[in-house]
Design a protein around this ligand. Sequence first.
Ligand code: FAD
Length: 409
Amino acid sequence: MQNTQPDTQPAVVVAGAGMAGVQTAVALREQGFTGPVTLLGAEPHQPYDRPPLSKAVLLGKAEDSAFDVDFEGLRIELRLGVEVTGLRAADHEVDTEAGPVPYDVLVLATGAEPLTLPGTEGVPGVHLLRTLDDAERLRPVLAATPAIVVVGAGWIGAEFATAAREAGCEVTVVEAADRVLAGALPAEVAAPMAGWYAEAGARLETGARVAAIEPGRVLLADGRALPAGAVVVGIGARPATGWLAGSGVELGPDGSVTADARLRTSLPDVHAVGDCASFPSARYGARLLVHHWDNALQGPRTVAANILAGLTGGPEQTYDPVPYFWSEQFGRFVQYAGHHAGADTLLWRGDPAEAAWSVCWLRDGTLVAVLAVGRPRDLAQGRKLIESGAALDPARAADPTVALKSAVL
Ligand SMILES: Cc1cc2nc3c(=O)[nH]c(=O)nc-3n(C[C@H](O)[C@H](O)[C@H](O)COP(=O)(O)OP(=O)(O)OC[C@H]3O[C@@H](n4cnc5c(N)ncnc54)[C@H](O)[C@@H]3O)c2cc1C
């Protein structure tokens, strides 16, 4: 039986015009949706890609990173500079400063916003790095090569420190935890990465808490004062869902929209995707909140398919990806696929003192995650093996001269 769309098409409104919002609108068209699609974005800029903001755009190697999407040709109504301030589900409307916008189907794609250090908002010389405006403000700062203090040795902090060193700035990275990437990787995997800072000429201070930031200097809790012509705070991000308070959309303790396995929310006709939404993963037996680019590419395809399924009565899709991300730091290309837990068994492929190595996480002999530094083949093969639930021969998998796919039992 062929599924056909009804004559009258519902109006789809997407709140948030970042990667997930844009990809949702594009996926709807790619999958044959012919009804009206409106994309509401708070920022004034043509929608753009965020990863280059801490890389080429920051260093002025690329002017911007606008998506190459023909919105007009795809009949996607793009409304920029329009912040969505509320959702009234009973009326099927969202509120904006420009007035209410009715929807038949709503997609929440408002992404994430960076965490700030309390008391440092508005202090001159303190920056965040999330938006094109942030990157444009930071570009001339880097060009003036001041001493820079980066707060946070996570992915963004490491990438910013890399760019600042490349620009010729003196860089100190201050991290409250006792190691880099404390929230993402086990200590033994993060340990070799800490060495990359010194190698690039950046000073790394772990176990160092910021007490205050004053113009020109950062005061640490242990009494030290670090000179700082500029400070960049990279201490994480939280879902941008404050505007949903009181709307009836269920939010988790981390502030994420708690979508179901089909990326639908607790309200009818409302879907959620990208950095703002968590979803239950049967693959990993956990609810995942993924703040990475690939999730903002893949999730929208499921959302679009399920919006269409709702129209045609076709089967709905579940979303249970093997999460993937990359980071470019200190001349290295770092990639990660999967999702590991503390109890998983670590297996090294290669010497972390060398330029290229990788790490596998095994659970009951099955590959659940892989991190590759300069070994993209390990990543590509590992990702497929994770997807297929392959069990590995640990001895062969630990031999970096053996292709990972050849270590399958
Ligand atoms: C500097 C930087 C570098 C990164 N590098 C990498 C990388 O190397 N690899 C990787 O895998 N991932 C990287 N990421 C993460 C990746 O960019 C994000 O996961 C991705 O952008 C998420 O897309 P999104 O559309 O869900 O959210 P966002 O990109 O945050 O987009 C959400 C959009 O919604 C808008 N919005 C928010 N609230 C409202 C509202 N109320 N009304 C209307 N609009 C609203 C925002 O202005 C924003 O434009 C990086 C992120 C940053 C910030």
